[in-house]
Design a protein around this ligand. Structure first.
Ligand code: TXA
Ligand code: MG
Length: 353
């Protein structure tokens, strides 16, 4: 299949091009598009065959449900059984934006879209190109992240092209993603709302809007034997081709420990890499040292993380060590993605300070 790549400027949207993209989705085709979190791979959410195509294009297991993207609160009622009060409160504060809510699904949402579940995940993205596309496509766009299954979510069109060229009808290049990590997912179908995936909208922000929320602990616990409630969270994600290990401890010890490990791996001929911060990057002796930014600037770290994971693949690094981050606020989402990328391999250094 020939993939058409077009460029659309968020501040000056070419409606002709968007109409063309919308028509592709309405006719059952696939269009990758920018959102403020990561790029999505869009198809008609109410068309079972379209959802089937999305799984095939990504190489994704079909029990892993898709998020339905809408552009207007008016559209929500048709695809869910009921809209709980908490959803209105959350929508008021965080929609459009990086928050996905889970509802009991209405009949019209095909089982293919929800991976066979009786619930449906819904998000209203704030990216103007996404909004225009959803409207042009008929209002309901199912979209997982636009990467091949298992690879880091794409934060720029060039990564979508890398993964999906020849597998989708169109890719819309709308520049770099603002946030860089996928949306927070909150399940509103139980007694207490539950976070299934941490993201840019933090637990604290959610609690401000709706009071106490739970977190699905299986997403952060290394040893959890239970399956996470978001089916996608059980798959090894974002994994670089090299072996990634996280190191936790005081900065000086972390640098010393990683250097020791690097020296050993180098002596055995391995190509080595480090995911560092601006504060420590100069202290490492590796073939490939990449800083995710200033330790205090979590927004920047979030924005850069997936790009850096992909770059280690491009450079064929075999052994990668990463510093770890505090697990609060956006840091929780950063650590969640890093832990998954590392297959939960973490070295905890004894606190000697
Ligand atoms: O920011 C985002 O959410 C991006 C952009 C494109 O919107 N999308 C995204 O989709 O990250 P995806 O498919 O890569 O991740 C969706 C996650 C998966 O872990 C999936 O299992 C979970 O959401 N999910 C979807 N529907 C669900 C449901 N009904 N119940 C539980 N988990 C669900
Ligand atoms: Mg994904």
């Amino acid at each position: 299949m020939e993939t058409k790549v077009i460029r659309v400027d968020e501040e000056n949207i070419d409606l002709q091009l968007i109409a063309e993209a919308g028509a592709i989705i309405r006719e059952g085709g696939l269009v990758a598009f920018p959102t403020e979190t990561v790029y999505g791979l869009g198809g008609d959410a109410l068309n079972a065959a379209s959802s089937g195509k999305i799984y095939a294009a990504k190489g994704r297991p079909s029990d892993n449900p898709l998020i339905v993207h809408i552009a207007d609160m008016k559209m929500l009622g048709k695809i869910v059984m009921e809209v709980p009060e908490a959803a209105y409160k959350l929508a008021e504060r965080y929609w459009p934006g990086p928050l996905t809510m889970i509802f009991n699904k209405a009949e019209c949402v095909p089982a293919q879209t929800t991976g066979g579940l009786a619930t449906v995940a819904v998000r209203m993205p704030s990216h103007k190109v996404a909004k225009a596309l959803i409207e042009a496509a008929g209002g309901y766009v199912a979209a997982p992240s636009a990467n091949l299954s298992g690879r880091p979510s794409p934060t720029a069109a060039k990564y979508v092209i890398e993964d999906l060229d020849g597998r989708v009808d169109m890719i819309i290049d709308g520049g770099e993603a603002d946030i860089g990590l996928e949306s927070t997912i909150i399940d509103l179908t139980g007694k207490t709302p539950m976070i299934l995936r941490p993201g840019y909208v933090t637990e604290e922000m959610l609690e401000k809007a709706i009071g106490s929320v739970d977190t699905d602990r299986t997403i952060l616990d290394v040893d959890s034997k239970q399956a996470p409630k978001a089916p996608g969270m059980k798959y090894r994600h974002y994994a670089p081709k090299g072996n990634l290990v996280l190191v936790e401890g005081a900065a000086a010890q972390v640098v010393a420990y990683i250097n020791e490990q690097l020296a050993w791996h180098k002596s055995r001929g391995a190509k080595t890499g480090v995911i560092a911060t601006d504060e420590t990057a100069d202290g490492y002796h590796a073939d490939c040292i990449k800083s995710v930014g200033k330790r205090e600037d979590e927004d920047q770290i979030a924005r850069q993380l997936f790009r850096i994971l992909r770059e280690f693949d491009d450079e064929e690094v075999q052994v990668i060590y990463a510093e770890s981050f505090k697990s609060q606020g956006v840091g929780e989402a950063i650590m969640n993605r890093l832990l998954k990328a590392a297959g939960h391999q973490v070295e905890h250094l004894p606190d000697t300070e």
